[in-house]
Design a protein around this ligand. Structure first.
Ligand code: B12
Ligand code: SF4
Length: 495
């Protein structure tokens, strides 16, 4: 008999900005900023005769009674505890549990006790063996994937995705990044040699999402602009594709490095293609810290002017700021505050430096005997910290202790929103990110008497969540109760 699999993207361990659980706190249902690409991509590798159920727990409850033959769990570091809880639950019910994704790949020893099958790395080249082995009841405890040719990555099964409360569809055009920031594990996960999906494949994925009603798409790349020649070629194709859409244009967002600001042609093409928002790891204005951590691409640049260049092209910027490098002295809070005040953007996320286990930073701190086994790594991106800052002492440690750091940031006018901290101010001195973005819209809502600004995906019409599913199916919402595995539609043919 054909097998069945239930693929789960667990919710984050802490209420997250990305999963918009902050909305839930105001009484709304949770929503997610970006549709999950991991479960939908894996679903496309499942043999055609298998039954597939798919759950994005950020927007719908997991069916804890699911009777599928295999439970597949994915997740990032921020979902670690929930991955384990779900895996243990389903193993307790004698389900075969497979775990994969970035956290399991980078921390296999942590996940191994919780699953029957551990899948490390990219699945495209090993999926057929994995599923054939399960079919025949002779699966191995571990499978390891290599760095795949992205032309072989299948079109994601967006037809299975619960589109109810999602702001943006997701397309990955490349994997890998040539830079070597010391605190980052992208290289260990997907490599330093960036691999690219063929242009026509990217357009096919955009077509698919467009057909499902998406008018906002997140390009899930590590560094979208770093190979400028290739990016320009892709942007030209996306621009031409976008211009010919008859039912509204698509707004794009992605992650880039600040060096893109050096290339006006690149930024012009970004804007023409529909790129409305980018996330940039600015990290710190402290050049010593940038050098120390090998974030060389941020050096020798006027960071404020560089950010301004994106805005000049109508591209909103969200920045990541990090505090806690060895070269950061006690004055870093004031330095960062002054820098942030000068930046012409309304939203930043601020985090304490953490050292996930596979990063060069982790290796260095271990060598130096400075790791604190506090478990804070599990909260990467939250205000976790897991090492003793240099020139340590009790007082100094207290300054960097997560609650203490949070208090200090708050005291300086920075406000915590869920597990990250977002700067909320109505208008920057040099104009807001959205003011330069044609059609860009900033939604505001009152939160405890303070005004909170959030960048929208670009245009009002870009909300997938607001649209009925083109198939006429009712979006599955948490309010509908758990989606039962056996209630899922039979699989349509692979798209
Ligand atoms: C896009 C992205 C995001 C998007 C997510 C959009 C979304 N749809 O959810 C955003 C910007 C929101 C984001 C946020 C965060 N991210 Co992020 N993100 C990425 C990025 C660039 C691509 C992820 C992706 O969509 N890949 C496409 C899918 C198809 O690939 P995949 O998940 O790698 O899965 C493959 C295999 O692992 C396997 N597989 C996956 N799951 C399973 C399960 C089973 C059972 C099997 C068999 C196989 C399998 O099959 C897939 C195909 O090969 C990666 C870097 C990268 N290149 O992978 C970082 C990355 C995953 N993110 C990371 C981090 C740290 C975060 C944050 C915690 C950052 C923060 N400080 O807040 C948050 C967490 C948010 C959350 N909800 O959990 C880290 C994770 C490191 C770790 N140890 O887990 C990565 C690796 C980058 C990095 N080093 O910083 N991220
Ligand atoms: S630029 Fe971004 S993806 Fe590349 S190494 Fe640095 S932090 Fe990682």
């Amino acid at each position: 008999m054909a097998k069945s699999i239930y693929l789960i993207n667990p919710k984050e361990d802490l209420p997250g900005y990305f999963s918009l659980e902050v909305c839930g706190q105001g009484g709304d249902d949770n929503a997610t900023l970006f549709a999950d690409l991991s479960t939908t991509t894996l679903a496309a590798m499942v043999p055609p005769d298998w039954k597939i159920g798919l759950c994005d727990e950020r927007i719908m409850p997991v069916d804890l009674e699911c009777q599928a033959d295999v439970i597949g769990i994915t997740g990032k570091i921020s979902q670690r505890n929930r991955m384990i809880a779900l895996a243990d639950h389903f193993r307790g019910k004698s389900r075969l549990v497979a775990i994969g994704g970035s956290y399991a790949s980078l921390n296999p020893e942590d996940m191994r006790p919780h699953c029957d099958i551990l899948v490390r790395g990219e699945a495209e080249d090993i999926a057929s063996d994995l599923f054939a082995d399960i079919d025949q009841g002779r699966w191995r405890a571990e499978y390891a994937g290599g760095k795949v040719d992205l032309s072989r990555s299948p079109l994601p099964r967006w037809d299975l995705y619960p589109w109810g409360r999602v702001l943006n569809g997701t397309v990955q055009t490349s994997r890998g990044c040539p830079f070597e920031c010391e605190f980052c594990d992208v290289i260990q996960y997907v490599g330093r040699k960036q691999r690219h999906k063929p242009v026509d494949r990217v357009l096919a994925e955009l077509d698919l999402l467009y057909g499902l009603g998406c008018r906002g798409v997140f390009l899930a790349d590590d560094n979208f602009t770093v190979f400028r020649k290739r990016t320009k070629e892709l942007l030209t194709a996306i621009r031409d594709w976008n211009r010919t859409r008859r039912k509204g244009h698509v707004s794009l967002s992605t992650q880039v490095s600040i060096d893109a600001a050096r290339d006006d042609e690149l930024l012009t093409l970004c804007a023409q293609a529909g790129l409305r928002q980018v996330f940039i790891g600015i990290e710190t204005p402290n050049e010593e810290s940038l050098r120390e951590t090998k974030t060389r691409q941020n050096l020798h640049m006027d960071l404020e002017k560089a950010v301004g260049k994106f805005l000049d092209h109508g591209i909103a910027v969200t920045c990541g700021i990090v505090i806690g490098f060895d070269s950061d002295g006690p004055g870093i809070f004031e330095t960062q505050r002054d820098f942030i005040e000068r930046l012409p953007i309304p939203i930043l996320s601020i985090g304490a430096l953490v050292a996930p286990s596979q990063t060069p930073l982790h290796a260095r701190l271990r060598r130096e005997g400075r790791l604190v086994e506090s478990g804070a790594q599990e909260r990467s991106g939250a205000l976790g910290h897991e090492h003793h800052p240099q020139a340590d002492g009790p007082e100094r440690v207290d300054r960097w202790d997560p609650p203490a750091l949070s208090r200090r940031l708050r005291a300086r006018g920075l406000r915590a929103a869920s597990d990250e901290i977002h700067i909320c101010r109505p208008q920057s001195r040099r104009g807001s990110a959205s003011s330069g973005a044609p059609g860009a819209r900033r939604r505001r809502h009152q939160d405890g008497g303070r005004q909170v600004a959030r960048d929208g995906p670009g245009r009002g019409e870009a909300l997938c969540a607001a649209r009925p599913h083109p198939s006429g199916a009712t979006p599955r919402r948490p309010a509908d109760g758990p989606v039962r595995y056996d209630a899922l539609r039979p699989d349509p043919p692979h798209v």
